[in-house]
Write a protein that binds this ligand. Structure first.
Ligand code: C2E
Ligand code: MG
Ligand code: MG
Length: 617
């Protein structure tokens, strides 16, 4: 009698230990099915049964047994065929099969294994043998499954690692091409792009391009005085402003950071050199606006070198080198914002490179001299002071004016040593003049103090030391500070200025009007005098419209109880206008240029009116 498989299955399922697995028994002899089923269910397996090959194939697919016990001798489809078919369907291909074979039937073991059997059992069964072989196959299958899982897991990990490696690789590529701080392309990327543009221009001479090389002025000072964090923020701010330009001007092909405080801009398709100059002016303008960083108003101008693209350049390196040289020229000249490259500049660049070493040697060799330009009370026409102005008496080049080396001295920090030396010399000169009775009680000597010098921790003690060792009165001394020196760290600057006031030293703001000081802030500072920059004096003519902001500065200084010195008076028209405006003091070539310390006594002994005669200048 044959039991319907579904019945047997549901009956046996109740007793099953699902953990051990499901076994499909295929045999056309119901007794065998019954015995085996009983044996295996009582051993803890879930059993399903079939009495023919076709049904067995379907059950194997739908129930996915862990093992199949398969009779070889069956009427419609024998075990070998069932086994072969199982192997051809992927869902059943891996289910292990144990062949059942009666002892009297010839068992071709080799053929059994060929058709895909994993093992075989001969009838009549030995129960222990059946259980042992079934168990072995189930364990083998489990082990295989675990192995497969491990493989899947391994493959997953390998994929993850590969993805990580790819990510790291692309980040490295990114790092290799861009600057980490500002995320702008770096120098190698810029050079690559520029090389492409150069070779493109060799094929198509219509391609116009230009390079701007930018370097921030006094970046080192900002970094040193306010810290690297603020320095970094400033660089990021500059990068942001330059990137904004990239969006507004189609000609901007690339903005890059070369490192430190150097940036580059590549312009492609720009009309002509005039358009490049106008663009440089825009760049200068946007970088001159203050950066508000951590509560500080930071001012940072840039020096810009420009090169007009030329297909004759052999490489981007050469072009960039020329832009760098032009930038150095702009930096070396105090009042140049930008500069075009000219072939003759190379030897100048070499000269500039030697400048710093030269300046240090010059200090040791005492080649720096202080000259003095008289400051006049233009209402009484009387000398009330002198401004100490440094010069470098170079053994080969002759007398070098400060504009040719002060910007470099500021950039490299050498200004601190140089400024200290100037102050010391000025105090010694005052002492000599006092001893010789050259100075009347009203005369003061103004010494320029650079921003970096003012912020030196030792500045107060150094000034006091100079005054004491020269044996002069602090009252004789005035210090000229630029607006830039005052706008850095407000609290610190205020502290230093208050201490200088305590020392009875008078303070002037030099080149007033060219910086960006907030007037409300200046008002709080203990400053005695504003020096109107000669840029404003220069434009004064008979025309009242030419006076510009000078009347405003004068009246503002009066309200703040400050003195005003007009710088750079070169003609009597300017003098007359300034007198009419109520400006009290002035200096300029109309009166006298700066003279050597040993000429001061003679100068003071001649009346000012005699200087004004044309022959005297
Ligand atoms: P400054 O402090 O504004 O000095 C005035 C400059 O204007 C001087 O140039 C002076 O010679 C020039 N000047 C005076 N009257 C006229 C005039 O009528 N027309 C024209 N065109 N120029 C006139 P100088 O001596 O070449 O000095 C240039 C700058 O170098 C100074 O400008 C100052 O900023 C800096 N400097 C000079 N000596 C020192 C120093 O010892 N320490 C520091 N930190 N800076 C110094
Ligand atoms: Mg000055
Ligand atoms: Mg000045």
């Amino acid at each position: 009698m044959t039991f319907p498989p579904s019945l047997l299955q549901s009956a046996s399922c109740q007793m099953v230990n699902q953990q051990l697995g499901r076994i499909l028994i295929v045999d056309d002899t119901p007794t065998n099915l019954f015995v085996l089923s009983k044996l295996l269910t009582s051993a803890g397996y879930e059993v399903i049964q079939s009495s023919n090959g076709l049904e067995a194939l379907m059950l194997a697919q739908s129930h996915q047994p862990a093992l199949i016990l398969l009779d070889i001798m069956m009427p419609d489809m024998d075990g070998h065929e069932v086994c072969r078919r199982l192997r051809t369907v992927s869902a059943t291909a891996h289910i292990p099969v144990i062949f059942l074979s009666a002892l009297d039937a010839p068992l071709n073991k080799i053929q059994a294994f060929r058709s895909g059997a994993a093992d075989y059992v001969t009838k009549p069964f030995q129960t222990e043998e059946v259980i042992a072989r079934v168990q072995l196959q189930i364990e083998l299958r489990l082990a295989r499954k675990r192995q497969e899982q491990i493989n899947v897991e391994l493959e997953k990990r390998v994929n993850e690692r590969t993805q990580l490696l790819e990510l790291a690789h692309s980040q490295m590529l990114d790092l290799a091409q861009s600057d980490r701080l500002t995320r702008l392309p770096n120098r190698p990327s810029f050079l690559r792009r520029l090389d492409n543009v150069i070779s493109h221009s060799q094929d198509d001479p219509q391609t116009s391009f230009a390079v701007l090389f930018l370097d921030c002025d006094r970046f080192k000072r900002i970094n040193d005085s306010l810290g690297h964090r603020i320095g970094d923020q400033l660089l990021k701010g500059i990068a942001r402003r330059l990137t904004n330009l990239e969006q507004k001007h189609v000609e901007v092909d690339m903005v890059a950071r070369f490192g430190g405080d150097e940036f580059g801009i590549l312009l492609v398709g720009i009309a002509d050199q005039t358009a490049v100059t106008a663009f440089a002016e825009t760049v200068y303008g946007i970088l001159s606006r203050p950066f508000l960083l951590a509560g500080h108003n930071i001012f940072s101008t840039a020096s810009i070198g420009m090169v007009w693209g030329d297909s004759s350049y052999a490489s981007a390196e050469h072009l960039l080198r020329d832009a760098d040289v032009a930038m150095y020229q702009a930096k070396a000249h105090m009042h140049l914002k930008y500069c075009w490259f000219e072939p003759g500049m190379h030897h100048l660049a070499v000269k500039l490179l030697n400048l710093e070493t030269g300046m240090r040697l010059a200090l040791q060799r005492e080649e720096f001299e202080v000259h003095y330009q008289p400051i006049i009370d233009i209402r009484r026409m009387k000398v009330v002071g002198f401004e100490a102005l440094v010069r470098w008496r170079h053994p080969v080049e002759g007398l070098i004016p400060p504009n040719d080396f002060i910007p470099f001295a500021e950039e490299t920090g050498f200004i601190v040593e140089l400024g200290a030396q100037v102050l010391k010399m000025a105090c010694m000169h005052i002492s000599d003049w006092e001893k010789a009775g050259v100075l009347d009680s009203e005369i003061t000597i103004s010494v320029n103090i650079a921003a970096e010098q003012l912020l030196q921790p030792s500045i107060l003690s150094h000034i006091q030391h100079c005054i004491d060792s020269a044996g002069i009165s602090a009252h004789r001394l005035r210090l000229e500070l630029t607006e830039r020196a005052l706008i850095g760290d407000h609290e610190l600057v205020d502290e230093i200025l208050q201490a200088l006031k305590q020392q009875n030293i008078r303070l002037s703001i030099d080149d007033f009007g060219t910086g960006y000081s907030a007037l409300s802030y200046l008002h709080q500072l203990p400053v005695d005098c504003l020096k109107v920059d000669r840029l404003f004096v220069k434009s004064i003519t008979d025309d009242p419209d030419s006076l510009g902001i000078v009347p405003l500065i004068i009246s503002m200084a009066k309200t703040m109880n400050m003195e005003v010195v007009a710088e750079g008076i070169e003609n009597s028209t300017q003098l007359n206008q300034l007198q009419k405006l109520g400006c009290q003091y002035g200096q300029g070539y109309l009166f006298h240029k700066a003279v050597g310390a040993d000429e001061v006594a003679a100068l003071l002994s001649t009346p000012i009116y005699s200087w004004l005669e044309p022959a005297s200048d």
